[in-house]
Design a protein around this ligand. Structure first.
Ligand code: M3L
Length: 288
């Protein structure tokens, strides 16, 4: 089994993540604090008070998890295509796989990465939703002191299965949308590249960016449901299941609820996935 794809997936995921983290910080602050007037106001105030470093708070944990998650996604995707079409990464430019094969391989990668991602994503969402200001002497400490403490508390309070809360919604979110991710990327690359040639760096950047947007736009409704199910069990309302969560959210807040965070997610998705695909292609080419 070729392993370069796993390593290239890991490195490219980490690069994309660093670039996207400032957007993620702004997104989380907008979602959890009501003092900002909008995206720009939040950026300006963060920069004034905390300098550029303010945008990179809390990045170490996602970096560790993206290493696992992205290497599984890209590694499984490429190896699934190898099984389906008997072509290696390099041979695929001359003998491009069908979009059906690309979609199946993408869904397989998405399905398996969702299971690795589930506990990491749960911890991230729980920590991101802690709105207490930084601990001051005398003030009660926040419920979770950090990622390790958060994982240990969930394990103790909700059992080992508690760590996989929302995993089903996450799997449903990621399986088809990562199929869409790779199909969009391949389609855009092929549109602007003569047959048999490697796509230019500019093409890879644009195709990767739009693949990220297409994937996030289609994933957003289930992203909202997933996050709500992950937060249940924390004294918030428990849902009977995924459908119950969807129906009651829509009833209470209208259909618009399924598109929360779409703008900032798309703004983040373009640079993150442009850089992810560019570095992935570059590394595999360099190891050629
Ligand atoms: C499937 N879903 C839309 C959830 C993610 C697709 C892109 C994954 C990428 N690591 C990123 O963070 O943007």
């Amino acid at each position: 089994m070729p392993v370069e794809e796993f390593v290239a997936g890991w490195v490219s995921g980490a690069l994309g993540l660093v670039l996207g983290h400032p957007f993620d910080t702004v997104k989380v602050r907008l979602q959890t604090q009501s003092t900002y007037r909008g995206i720009i106001d939040c950026m300006v105030r963060t920069y004034r008070r905390e300098s550029v470093l303010g945008f990179f708070k809390g990045m170490s944990f996602p970096i560790a998890s993206i290493a696992v998650v992205n290497s599984v996604l890209f590694g499984v995707y490429s190896n699934a295509l190898l099984l389906l079409t008997a072509t290696s990464h390099h041979e695929r430019r001359l003998q491009p796989p069908s979009y059906t094969h690309v979609f199946i391989a993408g869904c397989t990668g998405g399905f398996l990465q969702a299971y690795c991602l589930a506990p990491f994503d749960l911890i991230k969402v729980r920590l991101q939703n802690q709105t207490e200001p930084r601990a001051r002497p005398g003030s009660p400490p926040p419920r979770y002191r950090g990622p390790v403490h958060c994982a240990a508390s969930i394990f103790q309070e909700e059992g080992p299965r508690g760590l996989f809360r929302g995993a089903w919604a996450l799997t449903l979110r990621d399986t088809p949308t990562l199929g869409i991710y790779f199909v969009t990327y391949e389609w855009l690359c092929r549109q602007s590249t003569p047959d048999g040639q490697n796509p230019s760096s500019a093409t890879v950047l644009v195709a990767g960016g739009f693949a990220g947007i297409a994937s996030w736009v289609t994933a957003t409704p289930l992203d909202v449901v997933k996050s709500r199910m992950q937060m249940a069990g924390l004294g918030q309302r428990e849902f009977q299941g995924l459908l119950d969560c969807m129906v009651s959210s829509a009833r209470q807040e209208g259909l618009g609820v399924f598109f929360r965070g779409l703008t900032i997610n798309s703004a983040r998705a373009f640079p993150v996935n442009a850089v992810t695909f560019l570095s992935y292609e570059y590394l595999l080419h360099a190891w050629g």
